[in-house]
Design a binder for this molecule. Structure first.
Ligand code: SF4
Length: 275
């Protein structure tokens, strides 16, 4: 295996101050989802809980309680289920904590638990690209620790479905490239721009910090949101104007509330909310 071009700690603009030595598989998932999200979480150490992240943590905590040891590749018995297994690849400087590793006939299969649902492909259920990348990192670290590993499984709790993926050469090469890009992004020390009009943003736990549409609008300036026409051009199309989506609920406290209809009334019950 060739040497992996890893960043040099002393030359980094960040001095790798807070970046750990190993890139977690979970962060490769974040990078595949959104490079800016990865940067916030791994380089800047910013994290915000959402209902999804809390649900995921509770489920993983249950898995961790049943932690068991995965025997060395040479000592692998016929059938083993090892839970909460952590292995690393020195070559790629990645580390993966696996929810479950199933061993059968000398072949191991990582099983990753996700609280959501699989993606519906044209003919069958599929993994989300970011889940596939995380699972492939698990396959890579297992192989690099001497295990035979041909495929991985994601178990989606919401639908109770197991979706498999083969660790073929293309997926492994794509994943190694993703790892290289993630290291390079952290090393550059410049936060990547927000995604443009992406359906990923409304479900992102950091949307309130990132403010993707507002950031893009501020960078473009007001005039850039309109199409520039030549002097004698007739406007055949409507000018392009991108709306700033209201992805975050605005703060409503301290705003006046006007009751302008006779019979309306305002009350408050309990200590937290108005009723
Ligand atoms: S809000 Fe969108 S652009 Fe910003 S970090 Fe999340 S996914 Fe990325």
């Amino acid at each position: 295996m060739g040497a992996f071009p890893l960043p040099n700690a002393s030359e980094s603009p960040l001095n790798r101050r807070d970046v750990p030595d190993y890139l977690p598989a979970r962060m490769v998932n974040e990078f595949a989802y959104c490079e800016r999200l990865f940067f916030y979480e791994w380089v800047e150490g910013l994290f915000a809980e959402s209902a999804d992240t809390i649900e995921g943590k509770v489920q993983h905590a249950r898995v961790d309680e049943k932690s068991t040891v995965l025997p060395e590749a040479a000592d692998l018995a016929e059938s083993i289920h090892a839970r909460s297994v952590t292995l690393a690849s020195e070559r790629l400087r990645v580390i993966a904590k696996m929810d479950l590793v199933e061993a059968e006939g000398g072949v191991v299969t990582p099983v990753d638990y996700k609280h959501g649902r699989p993606r519906e492909g044209p003919n069958s259920l599929e993994l989300w690209p970011s889940d596939r990348a995380q699972l492939a990192v698990q396959g890579i670290v297992l192989r690099e620790n001497g295990y035979r590993c041909e495929e991985g499984i994601v178990y989606y709790r919401k639908t109770g479905q197991r979706v498999r993926v083969q660790f073929d050469g293309l997926l492994i090469a794509e994943t190694e490239e993703l790892i290289r890009q993630a290291w390079a992004t952290a090393e550059r020390g410049e936060i990547p721009p927000p995604l443009v009009d992406s359906p990923k943003c409304p479900g992102c736990s950091l949307v309130g910090i990132c403010l993707p549409d507002e950031t893009l609008r501020a960078e473009m300036g007001e005039t850039a949101s309109f199409e520039q026409l030549a002097l004698f051009d007739s406007p055949r199309r409507k000018p392009v104007k991108r709306e700033v989506r209201a992805l975050v609920t605005p703060r409503s406290e301290l705003k006046p509330l006007y009751l302008n209809t006779q019979g309306f009334r305002v009350g408050k019950s309990g200590t937290a909310g108005a009723g």
